[in-house]
Design a binder for this molecule. Structure first.
Ligand SMILES: NC(=O)c1ccc[n+]([C@@H]2O[C@H](COP(=O)([O-])OP(=O)(O)OC[C@H]3O[C@@H](n4cnc5c(N)ncnc54)[C@H](OP(=O)(O)O)[C@@H]3O)[C@@H](O)[C@H]2O)c1
Length: 262
């Protein structure tokens, strides 16, 4: 990958899933990357697999989480921040606990806000800050009410960061279903069974999810090309599986029947 050598980047959420895959690509391409997440062992395993990067294990949902990041940053300007940090409680709204709401909002909204507060003053001119959101915003997915509400708040906040810091580039990445990651690891099977059926019946699920490696290839490539074009801002990127919505293929086949001419 061209244009990455010496690039100073922070990947928050590097211990797992999409963040790990993006970090792996950047380090291997020669970027100087700070690998941020909670799980120190998985961050060190990534550092070993990538052959570089600095590790910072910190919990961004805690008041001192971003302060620890600030202390680790030093004076050298940061050109790229990517945050995939999120938690996703799966629970119906009638029974979503206060702790689940607090976890979603504290991590996904306040944690990201404090991450941006720590990093923005250290960004290079025209630096790029990309934060991953979700296609579930506005879909009203059963069982993901607290999660989607937190992502909606996150997306709105990104717009205000853009207003308050012209010259920097804030990008929201609306991501669709992607596997394998740890995203759904905490889902209770009995809630997931009901929720997934409901998502399918409302056309919210595609026949094939995207692969984490493909998403990381595209996302890393787009972000690196933006680094090379400081005059171009991309407020929003949507990455979605191109496959058919589950259950619609039969109708589509009918639509695709060739027209017979007389
Ligand atoms: N996978 C999907 O289908 C999908 C769909 C739409 C949107 N998304 C979004 O895509 C992003 C990446 O998701 P993923 O699927 O890659 O999930 P993942 O594998 O669960 O990765 C989430 C990352 O966030 C980190 N994290 C969570 N809480 C943290 C905290 N308090 N402090 C610091 N780090 C924290 C985790 O670190 P530890 O592991 O060290 O705790 C992990 O590295 C998320 O924003 C998610 O909402 C995913």
């Amino acid at each position: 990958m061209d244009g990455v050598g010496g690039l100073r980047a922070i990947i928050a959420g590097a211990s797992s899933g999409v963040g790990r895959a993006v970090a792996l690509r950047l380090v291997k391409a020669g970027a100087d990357v700070l690998l941020v997440g909670r799980d120190a062992d998985r961050l060190k395993e990534l550092q070993y697999a990538a052959g570089g990067g600095d590790v910072l294990a910190t919990d961004l949902s805690l008041p001192d989480g971003a302060e620890r990041l600030m202390a680790a940053l030093g004076d050298r300007p940061v050109e790229l921040l990517v945050s995939t940090v999120a938690v996703a409680p799966l629970a119906f709204l009638a029974t979503t606990t206060r702790a689940q709401w607090e976890n979603a909002l504290t991590t996904n909204v306040i944690g990201t806000a404090s991450l941006l507060q720590a990093v923005v003053p250290r960004m290079a001119p025209a630096g790029l800050l990309a934060v991953v959101s979700s296609e579930s915003v506005g879909q009203h997915r059963t069982g993901l009410g607290a999660y989607a509400a937190s992502k909606a708040a996150l997306e709105d906040m990104m717009g205000t960061w853009r207003t308050e810091h012209p010259g920097l580039r804030f990008t929201t990445v609306a991501l669709g279903g992607t596997m394998p990651t740890a995203f759904s690891q905490g889902f209770a099977p009995e809630v997931a069974a009901v929720a997934v059926n409901d998502w399918a019946s409302r056309g919210h699920i595609q026949e094939q999810l995207m692969h984490t490696d493909d998403v990381a290839d595209v996302l890393t490539g787009v972000l690196v090309s933006l680094i090379g074009a400081p005059g171009v801002g991309v407020p929003r990127i949507e990455l979605a599986s191109p496959s058919a919505v589950a259950g619609t293929t039969a109708h589509l086949r009918k639509v695709e029947q060739p027209v017979t001419r007389t």
